[in-house]
Ligand binder design. Sequence first.
Ligand SMILES: [Zn+2]
Length: 80
Amino acid sequence: MLLMNRVHCLLNGEDITAGQFNSMNDEKRELYRDNLVCIACGRRATFRRVSAKRTPTFAAQHKDGCILTSKTWSAFRYLQ
Ligand SMILES: [Zn+2]
């Protein structure tokens, strides 16, 4: 599992951030939830619920060699 702040939405072809997803109403989240994928490798991404200690993020099981899992990117993945 690798956490990320931004995912690609297959519904509208746009990228959305965890913050944007978090501020959607339940109906819209329900619609989007099954259509979120990694912006780089296209693997399914899931939203991780916000707790008091944590900012909202997405998690995905990336393909081998996904650019987001490379060392260069890992330092920046929360800043995207
Ligand atoms: Zn990926």
